[in-house]
Design a protein around this ligand. Sequence first.
Ligand code: GLN
Length: 203
Amino acid sequence: MKVGVLALQGDFREHALALETAGAEPVEVRRPEHLAGVDAIALPGGESTTLSMLLDSSGLRPALAGRLEDGMPALGTCAGMILLAARVRDGRPDQRGFATIDMTVRRNGFGRQLESFECDLEVTGLTGTVPAVFIRAPVVEEVGPSVEVLASVTGADGRTSPVLCRAGHHLVASFHPELSGDVRIHEMFLAGAASAVGGDGRK
Ligand code: GLN
């Protein structure tokens, strides 16, 4: 399966490597024409405000929005999750995403003390734990009925919030599975995406 990796900013190289290790063919996407022939897309960690600007200057926004509206499966991590969320709190007023998933996220929502941290997560459908790296991560504050929560963390304030969610064939994480060397989240995404594009992963 050919999986596009939005390569405008952020840790797209790490996503490409993880996807390759998980058995997909990564394709760096910088311009609208790079989306041709791509079956799914990964939106990396980085900075959602910068990504929003670059989506406009590259001309990619309408092409990518169209593919997402047509149901192309998307994996979004951290800033990538912010781009896919329907509602963003504490965003910059001019930042815009794709509103693909019925969820509300708060940018940098884990607060100063917890700006960056690592933990081991229990994930529905996987055995053992998955190492998770959080870097100025968004907090998922609400999810709609179409969204399934696959992993959660409990913060210092005792509040539990989702950190890995599935909506149809889309998968979003507030952490960075691309940075941990454990590619099971990418494999999970590819399994869902393959069933969306038809059995063997081809349209
Ligand atoms: N805080 C960043 C943002 O708002 C996300 C951080 C990340 O992707 N590691 O986009």
